[in-house]
Design a protein around this ligand. Structure first.
Ligand SMILES: [Zn+2]
Length: 316
């Protein structure tokens, strides 16, 4: 069976060095192993996608030598699949309606925050309403739908991050899979998109490790336990302050380096070093593919330094 992975850029902004590193790793692993690579635009939480941003992400990927198979898919174009999955979860009583406001959850939450910064929902509405209609009548508005998590420890082995575990009740909590308008939450859309495309391998940065238990629980609830992919979480690229790469760390957008004339081989060389590939000032995409070895990928956060930035821009 051919393995399948996906590049899933969000269309909110251009690719920066952090997500470019993750996509280069994904592409190198996949092409090295002869897997199929699909491109999926994850626009679920960004209803107003600016014109040109999807094209911009594709241009950035191509400039780096990253290619994919077939036409790109757009998450929000799969509304029928999302609605079918949500209807199935409702019919099989795998989810429950929740009418809590964010304020109420903040006040009630016993555990302060989940590892990924979100609030751990305390389960207020579990067993509270016999149906969505009764919840709607009680609140005077439509409820969100939550998937209840069992009170147990969830363990898994990540291909890069190793053995991990989450206490589902205190670290994850019952989570939203559909918003009050019955549009899908990110986690559900992700599982529906991955399973529809036959994705066998998910490669992403380790700020999404806590999505693993949520997504596996969704696969289970949908009767798709056999489709759970292998997960590979590579260390997040951070600035010198240890925080996730963002605007305050300077303009690390791929489009900017392209515009000022930094050659793609030089950008690839920096990204390759972050993946544990020993290389000089430039490297071809083919060389990245040939030399990528998951065992050599660093296990600690990758720091984008002022020195890296100066080196990248020092071509002229
Ligand atoms: Zn609630």
């Amino acid at each position: 069976m051919t393995r399948v992975t996906r590049l899933a850029p969000s269309p909110t902004g251009s690719l920066h060095l952090g997500n470019a590193r993750t996509f280069l790793a994904t592409w190198a692993m996949a092409r090295h192993g002869g897997w199929r690579v699909i491109l999926r635009i994850d626009d679920i939480d960004t209803p107003r996608v600016k014109p040109g941003t999807i094209q911009g992400a594709m241009d950035d990927l191509r400039w780096l030598g990253i290619d994919w198979d077939g036409e790109p898919t757009i998450q929000t174009h799969r509304a029928t699949d999302h609605a079918a999955a949500i209807a199935e979860l409702i019919a099989n009583q795998k989810v429950y309606p929740c009418i809590c406001t964010r304020k109420e959850i903040e006040l009630a939450a016993s555990a302060p925050h989940a590892e990924d910064g979100g609030l751990v929902y305390p389960g207020t509405c579990r067993d509270r309403f016999a149906s969505i209609a009764l919840a709607t009548a009680a609140a005077g508005r439509a409820p969100a739908l939550r998937l209840p998590v069992p009170d147990q420890v969830f363990k898994f082995v990540d291909e890069c991050a190793g053995e991990r575990q989450f206490d589902l009740a205190s670290e994850i909590g019952d989570f939203v899979i559909a918003k009050p308008d019955l549009s899908p939450a990110y986690q559900l859309a992700c599982v529906v998109g991955d399973s529809a495309a036959g994705v066998t391998d998910v490669i992403r940065a380790d700020d999404l490790l806590a999505s693993v238990p949520r997504q596996v629980l969704i696969y289970d609830a949908l009767g798709l336990a056999d489709c759970v992919p292998r997960y590979t979480h590579v260390p997040l690229v951070v600035g010198e302050d240890g925080k996730r790469l963002a605007k305050r760390h300077g303009d690390s957008r791929i489009a900017t380096y392209r515009e000022i004339g930094v050659p793609p081989g030089r950008v690839r060389a920096l990204l390759s070093r972050w993946l544990g590939i020993d290389c000089g000032d430039t490297i071809t995409a083919d060389e990245v593919k040939g030399r990528f070895d998951l065992r050599r990928v660093p296990r600690e956060p990758i720091i984008f330094t002022a020195g890296d930035e100066a080196w990248l821009r020092s071509v002229n």
